[in-house]
Design a protein around this ligand. Structure first.
Ligand code: UFG
Length: 344
């Protein structure tokens, strides 16, 4: 008889980061169970996952904020050992247009999940947070102890609120929940197989899909949002982390929770490379690895952009033993390979 794999529920498991985490979870010996409402993901991600793994991953097409439907999944899948909660809206600009939808979906789905987990004896949670919780930091790099600042968008505020909810729930005397908050920096790239990757709906908001779509001729030109920032070349600085490296951080986080190695019921980790790169550096590196000349120009600043932010990645390395492995060049090469595969 083969040993049962430990079940991990992955909400938003068909999404960009979720799909890569599902692959890494399975390859690490876990049994991922996907929940997704496909509001910002596509069925093709499931085919990609199946093709990489050689097996289909159980998938429930439900909304995580739908209490009855979620209860049905927990009931149908006994012995879930932990949850990775990716499911959320994530477009900064859209959140300004539709703030209530962001609070309802992002905070609402977390509340539904947290209220239900004890009913099924599920005590472990990895939560998708973001470096957006730091706002505009006073000093760089940011450590987990860097104070959070007012968020620049409703989206950012939902991440801060979700972190607060988890802390308050965990402080209750009856609490059994153990959580790892992972604060992601800027995920880019795609799986080396080019079978899964980012699938932006419509015009991409994020830099790298906009670059690859421009190089592929889908977009005419990239606009760089400002070159008059107080940074080495005047363009914004971010910490770009390969999505597979980011996915792997979830595996070590899950294992730490299951092993009860945490020193506190809520632990927070930055997940970044520890290096900042400017928008111009990303563009130039992309041109080098893809051999494509990119059509771009400098435009005005984008409202709400943080001038520069990158992670101090020391805590994740020392406590989780997690370190990123993929260079910016290799990450961008994987983005380009994925874009080319998408066109076929
Ligand atoms: N950029 C451009 N042109 C574009 C798109 C982006 O110049 O067409 C620039 C932005 O101004 C920024 C950088 O590229 O300097 C990265 O922009 P992204 O939109 O890719 O990423 P952000 O850093 O703005 O946002 C990311 C996540 C958010 C998260 C935020 C926290 O997408 O979910 O980090 O800082 F909230």
């Amino acid at each position: 008889m083969t040993a049962q794999r430990t079940k991990i529920l992955v909400t938003g498991g068909a999404g960009y980061i979720g799909s890569h985490a599902v692959v890494e979870l399975y390859q690490a010996g876990y049994q991922p169970i996907i929940i997704d409402n496909f509001s910002n993901s596509e069925e093709s991600a499931l085919a990609g996952i199946e093709s990489i793994l050689g097996t289909a991953v159980p998938t429930y097409r439900i909304d995580c904020a739908d209490e009855e439907a979620l209860r049905g999944v927990f009931a149908a899948e006994p012995n879930i050992a932990g949850v990775i909660h990716f499911a959320a809206f994530k477009a900064v600009g859209e959140s300004v247009q539709k703030p209530l939808a962001y609070f309802q979906n992002n905070v609402g789905s977390l509340l539904t999940l947290l209220a239900m987990m004890p009913d099924f004896g599920v005590e472990n949670l990895v939560f998708s947070s973001s470096c957006t919780v730091y706002g505009i930091p006073d000093s760089l790099p940011v450590t987990e102890a860097t104070p959070t600042k007012p968020a620049s968008s409703p989206y950012g505020r939902t991440k801060q609120m979700c972190e607060d909810v988890i802390h308050d729930v965990s402080a209750a005397p009856s609490n059994k929940l153990h959580t790892i908050l992972l604060r992601y920096f800027n995920p880019i790239g795609a799986h080396e197989s080019a079978k899964i990757g980012e699938l932006p709906l419509g015009v991409p908001n994020n830099l790298v899909p906009f670059i690859t779509q421009t190089a592929a001729g889908i977009r005419e030109k990239l606009t760089i949002y400002g070159n008059d920032y107080d940074t080495p070349d005047g363009t914004n600085v971010r910490d770009y982390i390969h999505v597979v490296d980011l996915a792997k951080a979830h595996i070590v986080a899950v294992q730490r929770l299951l092993d009860r190695k945490g020193t506190e019921t809520v632990e927070t980790f930055n997940v970044g490379t520890g290096h900042g790169n400017s928008v111009l550096e990303v563009v130039q590196t992309f041109e080098q690895v893809s051999g494509q000349k990119l059509n771009y120009s400098i435009g005005p600043r984008r409202p709400g952009d943080v001038p520069a932010i990158y992670a101090d990645a020391t805590k994740a390395e020392q406590v989780l033993g997690f370190k990123t492995e993929t260079s910016l060049a290799d990450s961008l090469a994987s983005s380009w390979k994925w874009q080319v595969a998408l066109k076929k």
